[in-house]
Design a protein around this ligand. Structure first.
Ligand code: PEP
Length: 252
């Protein structure tokens, strides 16, 4: 059985003082939980997060990474810079990056490959817009995003990839996909992975749901067979709320 993994995505929130307070509050809450616990924090909080979580079961991730190793890319951070610090995870392809920063399937693929090559574990976000769902093309869109993002990966390195199914219409909107809708697409993603690799890889890969998942609706979502955890925005900013998700995910 796959272990559930809960990852927080802080987005552009929390200054250093607030980050310290949140992590200190999270540590005792996370301590006895058996699910995977990851916090993805702004670049400016990585050092703080790494120091404060040292020796705990909380893993630290970045929210983005550039695909080149070094060079004239003002404002960007390379995968080697992250691993050198001790960062273990990175999110790529978040819908906010696709929507506001011109991220495409091709650049998502480049970032994913750069992350894996540097030794990072990558949380790959995919998901359809409301318009695409209404047009009935959710599966086509998600399959395309998954297939392009994973181009050039191998059976061994795919073990370092988590896929987060995040319907764009559910992110930060308070509109959660129903557990059935989320399960349907997560199961479809697993089938897509089976087609790209094999059943063993598909059975082993962690597929999270993300999109207004919170302390109130997590139980039903996490009870679904193909939903192996969550990528959590808003509810990851409050220790007690995040704690409920960790508690629920640790029941499996
Ligand atoms: C996210 O940022 O990936 C996310 C799912 O946000 P929220 O939980 O706030 O919808």
């Amino acid at each position: 059985m796959r272990k559930k993994v809960i990852a927080g995505n802080w987005k552009m929130n929390k200054n250093r003082k607030e980050a310290k307070e949140l992590i200190e509050a999270l540590k005792p809450i996370a301590q006895d939980k058996t699910c995977g616990v990851i916090i993805c924090v702004p670049f400016t909080n990585l050092e703080t997060a790494l120091t404060l979580t040292d020796g705990t079961n909380i893993k630290v991730g970045a929210e983005n990474v550039h695909f080149e190793k070094s060079g004239a890319f003002t404002g960007e951070i390379s995968a080697d810079m992250l691993t050198e610090m001790g960062v273990e995870y990175v999110i790529v392809g978040h819908s906010e990056r696709r929507q506001y920063f011109g991220e495409t399937d091709i650049t998502v693929n480049k970032r994913l490959l750069a992350g894996l090559e540097a030794g990072l574990k990558v949380i790959l976000c995919v998901g359809e817009t409301l318009e695409e769902r209404e047009q009935g093309i959710t599966e086509e869109i998600v399959a395309k995003q998954v297939k392009i993002a994973l181009q050039g990966t191998c059976e061994k390195c795919i073990k370092n990839v988590i896929i987060a199914y995040e319907p764009v219409w559910a992110i930060g909107t308070g509109k959660t996909a129903t557990a059935e809708q989320a399960e349907e697409v997560c199961a479809f993603i697993r089938k897509t992975i089976e087609g790209l690799f094999n059943k063993e890889v598909a059975d082993g890969i962690t597929i999270q749901y993300g999109g207004s998942m919170n302390e109130k609706n997590c139980a039903e979502l996490l009870s679904k067979e193909d939903i192996d955890g969550g990528l959590i925005g808003g509810a990851s900013l409050v220790a007690e709320k995040f704690g409920v998700l960790l508690e629920e995910a640790s029941k499996y």
